[in-house]
Design a protein around this ligand. Structure first.
Ligand code: SAH
Length: 355
């Protein structure tokens, strides 16, 4: 039975399901979920990410993390946690440059949070020398200081959607119409007070997306960081003010697809509400930096110099390096679409972020 058939059966027996339930099943159903199958990344896969574009991305994140560690007075033991490490490319680039900072690699206990067995095997190969540990649960961490990094992870977590009807807000659901999966609304109205103030009075037809799972992950980690010291760096497409607008999307083989068409076969994601995540982190006691576009962040922490040095060392690859640089920082490519979110213990001044 395909995941689509399984979902249809569930709808027929239990009634329509929320967008969050649908997204959760599509991505992480234990056998048939999108993130349980093949490696989705790269030219032959469904999409490409910044660390896969160029080693420069991970190297600069490495410098950024070393700087945080130095500001934390170089703890001799700390947890370096990556959420959704993909092929392990980002972390292997991070660790390669971080070895230049004496003591960092020895102090770092590498912990990885990953749901995809194929990617986990890649990570095992790529990162074996750093003796990583795979956590089944995000909160299962030691009492050491904690540095967290996540590239394109939060966008993969299930969201709920709410639609402003003529009378009130209703949760959006997925049901069956003439035997085909279709969006509809739960008949139960949602009291406006449970929605953030910024969206409550939006006109009929508006859609509000709530990143409930992302908020839970952030709360768990922010509380840990507030108690133990450290920071979280999350890079993703997203927005800096809570707002209405639908961003749920499906991507398969580098093209947009219908999110309801073939669950489990396309990547589903939604833009991250960094405003909401920032509020969660602030509440836990962290200092949240202004959201910064990826291009600006990378330029400030030295991607121009890094590209020039790489090109000098590999003159034959000058054009490829130049193209990768452009892809990562140009405003019409990844430079503006992707945003850099940093929340840290009070007293730390993360570099590259802010106005
Ligand atoms: N950070 C990598 C991969 C991004 S793709 C890169 O930039 O290339 C999203 C990653 O998050 C994948 O590794 C995916 O398997 C993982 N992932 C998605 N949902 C997850 C979940 N619920 N729990 C753990 N890992 C998850």
């Amino acid at each position: 039975m395909s995941l689509g058939e399984l979902i249809d059966l569930q709808i027929r027996t239990n009634g329509p399901m929320s967008v969050a339930t649908y997204m959760g099943l599509s991505l992480t159903h234990p056998r048939l979920g999108y993130y349980k199958g093949a490696d989705p990344l790269g030219a032959k896969g469904d999409f490409i990410t910044a660390p896969e574009v160029s080693q420069m991305f991970g190297e600069l994140v490495g410098f950024f993390l070393v700087n945080l560690w130095q500001q934390m007075k170089e703890p001799r033991s700390f947890t370096l946690l990556e959420l959704g490490p993909g092929r392990g490319t980002l972390m292997s680039d991070v660790m390669r440059v971080a070895q230049r900072a004496e003591g960092f690699a020895n102090a770092a206990h590498l912990q990885l949070f990953e749901t995809n067995p194929v990617l986990k095997a890649e990570q095992e190969k790529r990162l074996a020398q750093y003796l990583p540990y795979w956590a089944d649960e995000i909160g299962a961490l030691s009492d050491d200081p904690l540095l967290v990094v996540a590239n394109e992870f939060f966008d993969a977590l299930p969201i709920r959607q709410f639609v402003r009807g003529e009378d009130a807000w209703h949760e959006r659901q997925i049901g069956l119409r003439d035997g085909k999966r279709a969006f509809g609304l739960s008949p139960t109205p949602i009291p406006a007070e449970v929605l953030p103030e910024e969206v409550r009075d939006a006109p009929p037809g508006s859609i509000y997306e709530a990143g409930i799972a992302a908020g839970e992950v952030m709360a768990t980690l922010a509380e840990k960081i507030a108690a133990q010291g450290g920071a979280i760096l999350a890079i993703d497409y997203g927005y800096g003010r809570t707002q209405t607008g639908e961003t749920l999307q499906a991507v398969a083989r580098h093209a947009y697809a219908d999110p309801l068409e073939a669950p489990g076969e396309a990547d589903l994601s939604a833009h991250v509400d960094f405003d909401a995540l920032g509020k969660v982190a602030t509440k836990a006691g962290l200092v949240v930096q202004p959201l910064t576009p990826q291009g600006l962040f990378l330029k400030r922490i030295g991607i121009g110099e890094r590209a020039a040095a790489l090109a000098r060392a590999n003159p034959g690859e000058m054009d490829a390096i130049e193209a990768a640089l452009k892809r990562l920082i140009a405003p019409d490519q990844m430079g503006d679409l992707f945003k850099v979110f940093v929340a840290a213990s009070p007293g730390i001044s993360p570099v590259g972020v802010g106005r």
